[in-house]
Design a binder for this molecule. Sequence first.
Ligand SMILES: [Zn+2]
Length: 479
Amino acid sequence: MDKQRLNQIIEEKKDVFINVSDKIWEYAETRFVEVKSSELLCEILESEGFSIEKNIADIDTAFVASFGSGNPVVAILGEYDALSGMSQKPGIAEKVALSEGASGHGCGHNLLGAGSLAAAVAVKKFMEENKILGTIRYYGCPGEEGGSGKTFMARAGAFNDVDIALTWHPLTHNKVMSMNTLANYQIYYRFYGRSAHAAAVPHLGRSALDAVELMNVGVNYLREHIIQEARVHYAVTNTGGSSPNVVQAEAEVLYLIRAPKVNQVQEIYERVCNIAKGAALMTDTRCEIVFDKACSDIILNNTLEKLLYKNFIEVGVPQLDESEMQFAKTMRNTLAASDISSDLRTTSEYMGGEGQEIVEKLKEKVVSDIILLYSYSAMKLPISTDVGDVSWIVPTAQLGVACNVFGTPGHSWQTVAQGKTSFAHKGMLVAGKVLARTAVDALIRPEVVAEAKEELKRTLAGAKYVSPIPAGVKPSFIK
Ligand SMILES: [Zn+2]
């Protein structure tokens, strides 16, 4: 079997994948309202001969596209949600909103969704041409950003019959993403008081905004007394109005609590809830606690990661032409020195302090053309992903491909601006090729699947997956 054929299939259909990526970039739909984006992906997958199951886990924009039958079942995960308030004109090295206040693809999930699509389509065609048995699936996973779409899908059992799951993320590096991430909970704290004329009868008012402020002060004192690795962030999502002469009757704050393990998040969550109750007591208001979403830490799989690495080396990194390089240089000029040094530090941590010469080389690079030497469980990242929940159920591995200029911060206008460029497209196609090869390896080599599963079992050492999202909690929309 000539796996070069997978590259060929992707190259032949590359205009379709690029078009899908660009369209999703333009739709820029945020968590759980990715209607047009998911429809477009379903349309292409259907026309390519996949059968589609929609409305997974009761989420309108979650779907599974399948081809083939029986085991192994190989899942390729795709995302397509944007971030609110990140609108930016494409292909320019200047911060200019396309539409003021609108959303934008600040995390490159347009590329993520389309790159995974390329992989699934190529694997399906390759299976037909080579009469390979088994099932290839594309998982349409909405609401990764602040929504934990995959966690809801996992809770509904969507991954239970899967043997292997693969995904990728556009980055500024080329590497297998063997990195530990944090579990998290996201919770709304809503306070209800009593409005009153703030000057005439302030003694009759009970301020919900005071409660929010006191709660935040309390949590800021808590920080010193929780584990170092934890992260606690908040956003005031309802200030209770803009009139200072009205005592605010309602106010709301959204908390995001992260820690390495779910039980550690749970412990901090309980303490944050107590602080909220304390704030309500202090202000004579009522507090309502609304659990929004959660995700688990990631369980890495060395067996699959080694395979991804081997295939990445075989496919090679994206090759940029002169004009792409020129634009990349202009974009690089918009980055702060601290952006570059932060990316260099990430490289150094990933290489475990070994790759000083690579760090030196990368200092001069506008776009990384180096595949970082794979090292298992290389580092701990203080971020979270809902891929974590999938990884507890099925052996999972993630690839990272440079689609952005080295140093580009995540969730930045620069990421949005680069999301439609031809060099981002090249990175996306490389990701599709590497994922396709790895999926084919899993389909034709049952020993790889068995080894990956055995490894997952060993790593979990008897621990069972329990959804961090309580029963009855449904996905919410951005308000
Ligand atoms: Zn992302």
